[in-house]
Design a protein around this ligand. Structure first.
Ligand SMILES: C[S@@+](CC[C@H](N)C(=O)[O-])C[C@H]1O[C@@H](n2cnc3c(N)ncnc32)[C@H](O)[C@@H]1O
Length: 274
């Protein structure tokens, strides 16, 4: 058994990301796709990706591979979860059926041999993935393997909130442990999330449904599917921005753009190799 397999198999129950993404695909529309494109263009500070090679590590629904394709890139997508792989294939079938510049397969970012076997890419994108592998440090390192000289690395990693993050880890572990765990956590948190969203809508926007209808502006995502991802996304690790900055600085990368949060959620980083 390889090191990668022993780590991934020893984690016990994992969140079924792919099942959540399959359900998300039923909500996908042009507006969400445009938001996904916008989130890529804004963070990468580009108008298009014509002539660029784009690697999507942990492609999930496949929405960002699709966005990169629509911006003109050639794309390789991979994910550890077969259902996520199938979601990405479904999007290719819907929007780029006969295009052979988009390849999709099952693979793990913890599999160093696999990463080394890939071509080199101008953009390596891994949003909300490396902290869900069970070995974030290796994943952060391996993401560099397919990066071309002068390539750009765009990642998002959950912010380290100290004890709050430890609590969230327990919530996610419980959710992913069994059907009972899932029902317990969902029955506590979904009503809290819903009530909170309604109250924010009423108090700030004078519209109880505002948070639900405006959520797609968050990278084209769906509020309900993100709630499930937050409650279940396990394995789960976190990092402070300083850690990520120093980690990649020590590997010779320069920070070009970032969006951080003091609270719950992911910090986004764009680094370039020079
Ligand atoms: C929160 S989702 C993010 C999906 C997508 N990147 C996005 O931004 O919407 C995390 C994804 O990482 C995938 N994943 C988890 N461990 C992985 C690994 N070792 N290698 C590749 N993908 C992995 C999961 O299957 C899931 O599809």
């Amino acid at each position: 058994m390889s090191v990668k397999n022993s780590i991934e198999n020893s984690q016990g129950e994992r969140f079924q990301f792919g099942a959540n993404w399959q359900s998300f695909l039923s909500t996908l529309n042009d507006e969400r796709i445009l938001e996904a494109e916008r989130s890529l263009s804004d963070m990468l500070k580009i108008d298009n990706l014509v002539g660029k090679r784009f690697l999507d590590i942990g492609s999930g629904s496949g929405l960002f591979s699709l966005a990169a394709k629509r911006l003109g890139a050639s794309v390789h997508s991979f994910d550890y979860d077969l259902k996520s792989v199938n979601c990405t294939k479904e999007l290719k079938k819907r929007y780029f059926a006969n295009d052979n510049s988009w390849t999709i397969e099952k693979g793990s970012v913890l599999d160093k041999e696999y990463l080394t076997s890939l071509d080199k890419f101008d953009i390596v994108y891994s949003w909300g993935v490396l902290h869900h592998t069970g070995d974030m440090k290796s994943a952060l390192e391996n993401a560099l393997l397919p990066l071309s000289d002068q390539g750009v690395l765009f990642i998002a990693i959950y912010n380290d909130q100290g004890n709050r993050s430890k609590l969230w880890r327990m919530v996610k572990k419980t959710y992913s442990s069994s059907r009972v765990g899932r029902m317990l956590i969902s029955s506590i948190f979904i009503p809290i999330f819903a009530l909170y969203s309604i109250l924010v809508g009423i108090i700030i926007y004078k519209n109880p449904l505002h948070q639900f209808s405006s959520y797609k502006a968050q990278r084209g995502m769906s509020i309900y599917h993100d709630w499930i991802d937050w409650l279940g996304g396990y394995p789960f690790e976190v990092a402070k921005p300083g850690y990520i900055f120093n980690f990649y600085k020590s590997h010779g990368l320069v920070l070009d753009n970032m969006i951080t949060t003091n609270g719950w959620g992911c910090c986004q980083y764009v680094f370039f190799k020079h």
